[in-house]
Design a protein around this ligand. Structure first.
Ligand code: GDP
Length: 201
């Protein structure tokens, strides 16, 4: 510790986008609570979670906005990706339409988002490979052409979920190495989780 560089605390807004049913909420709950539900209730509007990832001396505190995938909430999306340090665009490997929808999100982020936004394409439900509709090669190729990192995950089995958020934290720390925030980090508990509701159907 003596003479060492002091800890770097970064607070980063992270938005999760993608079609309804692709597993966005499940992925966040897997990451934040280590849990999975076969019958996950739909998110209304958006839900907010926090989680901390430590990389050596850097601590990244993610403020995670889990958005509802329904088209009727689309106009709210800019509120969530504006000012975000990272965006996770999720599709379901068993659903080609969700992959097509993820491309639309990527286009929207490229057009309106910040050029430094760390964006990853996430193929979820990797455990359902027998029902796969989106080939890995096709998705990888798309990700490569668009300069995105690509992950295959399963919120159900936890495959690659920690790896995804660790990588995001690393990338966010690289992009903003000097943006230290003076905030104190506290142990995050369930009480810190808030669900925000808006916009009735
Ligand atoms: P969201 O609408 O994108 O937030 O999706 P949810 O998290 O609500 O998940 C939709 C459904 O897919 C739920 O029934 C989840 O249990 C299920 N699900 C989510 N992730 C996975 C996964 O990785 N594997 C499998 N088999 N099911 C999943």
């Amino acid at each position: 510790m003596m003479g060492g560089k002091s800890n770097n605390n970064i607070q980063a807004k992270l938005v999760i986008l993608g079609d309804m049913g692709t597993g966005k909420t499940s992925m966040v709950l897997r990451f934040v609570k280590g849990q999975f539900y076969d019958y996950q209730e739909s998110t209304i509007g958006a839900a907010f979670f926090t989680q901390v990832v430590s990389i050596n001396k850097t601590t990244v505190k993610f403020d995670i906005w889990d958005t509802a995938g329904q088209e009727r909430y689309h106009s709210l999306a800019p509120m969530y990706y504006r000012g975000a340090a990272a965006a996770v665009v999720v599709y379901d490997i068993t659903n080609m339409a969700s992959f097509e929808r993820s491309k639309k999100w990527i286009e929207e982020l490229q057009k309106q988002g910040n050029p430094h936004l760390v964006t990853v394409l996430v193929a979820n439900k990797a455990d359902l490979s027998t029902k796969r509709e989106v080939e890995i090669e096709e998705a990888k190729q798309y990700a490569k052409e668009n300069g995105l990192q690509y992950f295959e995950t399963s919120a159900k089995t936890a495959e690659n979920v920690q790896e995804l958020f660790y990588e995001l934290a690393k990338r966010v720390a690289q992009v903003a190495p000097s943006t230290t925030s003076g905030m104190k980090l506290q142990t995050l508990t369930q009480e810190n989780e808030k669900r925000l509701f808006c916009c009735s159907a």
